[in-house]
Design a protein around this ligand. Structure first.
Ligand SMILES: Cc1cc2nc3c(=O)[nH]c(=O)nc-3n(C[C@H](O)[C@H](O)[C@H](O)COP(=O)(O)OP(=O)(O)OC[C@H]3O[C@@H](n4cnc5c(N)ncnc54)[C@H](O)[C@@H]3O)c2cc1C
Length: 497
């Protein structure tokens, strides 16, 4: 029988994963990617001898479990060193320090020393971490293919599911409000880079995986991780075309039959999988013809991880003695676009020798939830846009100079990526860096990977599951292929290189 063919839109984590599994299952595949590199958001870039990483701080499943096995199938982790940190983040305010240890016992002891009057709530928090640590959510099959046996297997993870459900309905801000100690109340939300609306379960999962030494950082950085999966895909015989923007999904008789690129060429296949931005896929590439109320509701109402901004600095100084992830309160706030920010979140990458020349460091300050509309408008006036980026970089350097005297003189490289940068390079709506945000309002919701009324079309990537991230994107590509194989009557196959 002739190979059935699949076109995949986007060579991010989801698109590459879908491509690899499609090849393992005997489909002829072509990926069309608008950029000239694989990885999408999972990327890094070079500046004068420094490598600036734009993605992975921690990779869940970095050393064991279902996810690790999936990374192995994709050739992403073989021979790759993972770095596990003792400390998730260190938070400083008013001369006091909250150290968010990855070890749960140590964290509990430290929190109780800082806020003895809050022993009860601290105990509850750490016990929830203990429930989550070392256990996995069932993820090797998409929910629509789970049979009775899988569901029974999933009951093994019942305690995890129950904890996720309970704490998925509580935001970080709501949980922090339960502390009576004013310092703990102030610094606790900074444990998760000040995302007060995020469900506390998101922070709990990150710490639980960290405790299990299963949320490491892959040495070599994000682009190398992506390139390893691209190599696997090409090795499996997949095709990929870069600088190929898909403008339209071609539809005949309510069935996807191919794509039209920005250069006007048309390409046909039996199945189309979009692993590109969800909003662009549904409302632009398909003209909004295949939506229902639930899909409209996500795009109208649901919170998105939006407006990411990163100030990256190449510094002629070895920062390895400093905390790798640090948040500190500023006496003098930084103006980030139209917002005033009172916290500095910074990290360095000295634990990865490939990121900077010897004795030098990359230091990155990040801001989530800046206003993407503000930056989009500003971008129309290039002179003003550049001036504002420079002013922001100067302000960041100034505050870092106060925290680390002499910092300013050592800065060799300045690079500012705004929400416009993320949108331009990856097509993600609102410069989103992780898609949908899991908040109490979205707890228990999930998205379909097909669209109503459209056959032979599937979606993968951070817009079809809650919470974003590399592992979820990779799984969503695998899940899409599991569903396609099932529909085609094929047993889903995997192989490890
Ligand atoms: C700063 C930052 C830090 C992060 N930190 C972490 C972390 O520590 N751990 C973690 O797990 N995750 C992290 N993430 C999130 C993670 O990177 C993403 O959730 C994940 O990579 C999304 O993958 P994706 O394939 O769904 O989407 P994308 O990466 O957006 O891939 C979509 C691809 O489609 C292409 N495309 C778009 N439109 C078109 C078109 N019209 N035609 C052709 N191609 C198109 C894009 O160029 C892109 O390559 C971080 C992200 C950022 C930005």
């Amino acid at each position: 029988m002739a190979e059935r063919s699949i076109i995949i839109i986007g060579a991010g984590m989801a698109g590459l994963s879908a491509g690899c599994y499609a090849r393992m299952n005997g489909y002829k595949t072509r990926i069309f990617e608008l950029h000239n590199l694989p990885g999408g958001l999972c990327t890094s870039w070079k500046r004068k001898g420094y490598t600036i990483d734009g993605c992975i701080h921690w990779l869940t499943g970095s050393s064991w479990g279902t996810l690790y096995r999936v990374y192995e199938e994709l050739g992403a982790v073989q021979g790759r060193q993972m770095v596990d940190h003792e400390v998730f983040v260190r938070v400083e305010s008013d001369g006091k320090t909250f150290i968010v240890y990855n070890d749960i016992d140590r964290l509990e002891q430290h929190m109780k020393e800082l806020a003895p009057g809050d022993a009860g709530v601290i105990g509850e928090f750490c016990n929830a971490l203990r429930v989550l640590a070392g256990r996995e959510m069932p993820s090797d099959k998409p929910i629509e293919l789970m049979g009775l046996v899988d569901k029974l297997r999933a009951t093994k993870a019942l305690s995890v599911l129950k904890a996720m459900h309970k704490y998925g309905r509580v935001s970080i801000q709501q949980f922090a409000a339960r502390f009576t100690d004013p310092f703990m109340r102030e610094v606790f939300p900074e444990a998760m880079a000040n995302m007060p609306d995020l469900s506390i379960s998101g922070l709990m999962m990150a710490l639980a995986y960290g405790h299990g030494r299963n949320a490491g950082y892959p040495v070599g950085g994000s682009l190398e991780f992506s390139k390893a999966i691209e190599r696997r895909y090409l090795g499996l015989g997949g095709e990929i075309r870069y600088k190929a923007r898909v403008e339209r999904v071609l539809v005949e008789n309510n069935s996807a039959v191919g794509v039209r690129l920005a250069d006007g060429t048309e390409h046909r296949a039996d199945v189309v999988v979009s692993a590109a931005d969800g909003r662009t896929t549904i409302f632009d590439m398909l003209g909004g013809r295949y939506v229902d109320d639930s899909i409209r509701r996500y795009y109208d109402k649901w919170p998105v991880y939006e407006g990411f901004l990163q100030v990256s600095l190449g510094v002629a100084h070895d920062f390895s003695a400093e905390p790798q992830s640090l948040a500190f309160r500023l006496d003098d706030p930084v103006q980030v676009g139209d917002q005033s920010r009172h916290w500095m979140q910074m990290r360095h990458f000295c634990y990865d020798p490939t990121m900077a020349p010897e004795g030098k460091s990359v230091v990155i300050a990040t801001y989530a939830f800046t206003n993407p509309e503000y930056w989009n408008k500003l971008y129309a006036d290039q002179e003003k846009y550049r001036a504002e980026k420079q002013a922001l970089a100067d302000a960041v350097i100034d505050r870092l100079d106060k925290r680390f005297p002499g910092f300013r003189e050592k800065v060799e490289v300045v690079d500012v990526a705004t929400p416009v940068t993320f949108e331009r390079y990856t097509g993600n709506w609102k410069g989103s860096y992780m898609g949908w945000m899991a908040t109490p309002a979205t707890e228990g919701t999930w998205m379909k990977r097909t669209l109503p009324g459209l056959a032979n079309f599937y979606m993968a990537g951070q817009w079809v599951f809650m919470g974003g991230g590399v592992p979820g994107a990779i799984l969503s590509g695998r899940h899409a292929m599991q569903v396609i194989c099932k529909k085609d009557g094929k047993k889903f196959r995997t192989s490890t290189p």
